[in-house]
Design a protein around this ligand. Structure first.
Ligand SMILES: *Cc1c(COP(=O)(O)O)cnc(C)c1O
Length: 434
């Protein structure tokens, strides 16, 4: 097709999704300035694709690995090989990658509960951990928490400028500090996401005083954004969810832990049982999705990153502040946009929902989610329920009225979704495209 023909056909295709000429044109203008950054993202995806491919070949992934086991799952070659592949990608001694790990919080709780013993202390040197960990640790009183087992918790907040409070961390480290938990992504906070380089500096500092203290990484949303991972800079244990980056949108459940052999063995014995460890845990029919999802993960992550940068660039142009800002280097796939009013947050989420492949016809509304102090609106028409590597957005109904946007299995879909949010805000006269 000739250029002009492509342009017209594309306009038709976008119009049929309810995106008008003005919004298409606005998107195209903003995109022009992003070409070079997108090229860099593609380069990183190529490097990571090679990293994943090399690991699969080195572990000799074979057709037999895609079959599953049932019952106890002894000698599950596909499961064991996949764990080798993860260990190879992350340059670690061992890994645990299982559908029996039900979600991200479970993966983190498993890591903590299995590697800490009564009398030990857990330290977070990067401020408050992810919301759902509060009950795991016992920051909020909870049945079965680490606190109930006599495991104490200490926290050192980041400095106002986002830097590490080194003197504070130094004085918090003591002979009982068995494990340090470091959250890479900002989650729902406004603090910088940590780059692998900064994580390395923090770990080096901690190990300088306490070489035996284990450093664990909450690596959610960070996998394949850079070409190295926290385990390349000294992390003993790296933890994540398969319905975020490393599942590539195909894994329907699961979590991974990768790191030192002893850390993984502890976790396996907690997940199954002492004496059984990694030897049991049937993979049933799930392994093709785990392998193929991992294979796609570098390009899926790249698509999500492009979406985040495109969204920030558009909304900054519309006069809203974005976090991180459009120019900032990226270390995770989450984009926060301060929309200033609850109506705009809702309109944004409606736009994302309207661009979904599943449930596009439903209208998201704010609701009182357990564990949150304000109603939350969520947009997600995902193939995998709750999957946030798929195009999704959510926002708590409270000032400053931020919407958190992430995911996109393909860049064209991320782009359509973002344009749809702009269209919806425009139709409701909540923005003006200058
Ligand atoms: C998603 C996430 C978690 C928890 O994962 P769930 O699957 O929601 O339980 C923990 N930490 C961070 C930073 C996350 O983004």
């Amino acid at each position: 097709m000739k250029q002009e023909e492509i342009r017209k056909t594309k306009e038709q295709a976008f119009l049929s999704l309810g995106i008008d000429r003005e919004v298409i044109e606005f998107g195209a203008q903003v995109l022009k300035a992003l070409e070079e950054r997108f090229r860099t993202i593609d380069e990183i995806a190529e490097i990571n694709q090679a990293r994943v491919l090399h690991a699969m070949q080195k572990a000799r992934v074979s057709e037999a690995c895609l079959l599953g086991t049932s019952g106890y799952g002894y000698n599950d070659i596909g499961r064991d090989t996949l764990e080798q592949v993860y260990a190879e990608i992350f340059h670690t001694e061992d890994a645990l990658v299982r559908p029996q790990i039900t979600c991200g919080t479970h993966a983190l709780a498993l890591s903590l509960m299995s590697n800490l013993r009564p009398g030990d202390e857990l330290l977070s040197p990067v401020g408050k951990p992810y919301d759902t960990l509060e009950e795991v640790i016992g920051i909020r009183k909870s049945l079965g928490s680490l606190a109930e087992y006599g495991i104490t918790y200490a926290q050192v907040d980041l400095l106002p400028d986002g830097g590490f409070d080194y003197p504070g961390i130094r004085s918090a480290l003591n002979e009982r500090t068995r494990l340090v938990t470091i959250q890479r992504s900002k989650g729902y906070q406004t603090r910088p996401t940590l780059s692998v380089e900064r994580i390395g500096e923090l770990i080096a500092f901690i190990k300088g005083f306490r070489p035996d203290t284990l450093c664990m990484l909450d690596n959610f949303y960070g996998e394949f954004v850079e070409t190295t991972e926290p385990s390349d800079v000294g992390a003993d244990l790296v933890v994540g969810s398969l319905i975020k980056n490393p599942g590539g949108g195909l894994a329907p459940i699961g979590g991974y832990l990768t790191g030192k052999k002893i850390c993984i063995e502890n976790a396996a014995r907690r997940l199954t049982s002492p004496g059984l460890g990694k030897e049991v845990g049937a993979s049933l029919g799930i392994l093709p999705a785990f392998y193929q999802g991992l294979f796609l993960a570098p390009t899926v992550t790249a698509s999500a990153l492009k979406g985040a940068i495109f969204a920030a660039s558009l909304y900054e142009r519309l006069g809203f502040s974005c976090y991180p800002d459009a120019e900032a280097e990226r270390f995770d796939i989450i984009q926060a946009i301060t929309l200033e009013t609850p109506e705009r947050v809702c309109a944004f989420c409606e736009g994302i929902q309207a661009a979904a492949p599943v449930d596009a016809h439903v209208t998201p509304t704010p609701w009182d989610m357990p564990g949150y102090d304000a109603p939350v609106i969520m947009a997600a028409g995902a193939f995998i329920s709750g999957s946030s590597i798929e195009l999704s957005a959510d926002g708590p109904m409270k000032p400053p009225y931020n919407v958190y946007f992430q995911g996109g299995l393909t860049w064209p879909h991320a782009k359509l979704g973002i344009l749809k949010t702009v269209q919806n805000l425009k139709d409701k006269k909540m923005i003006s495209i200058a």
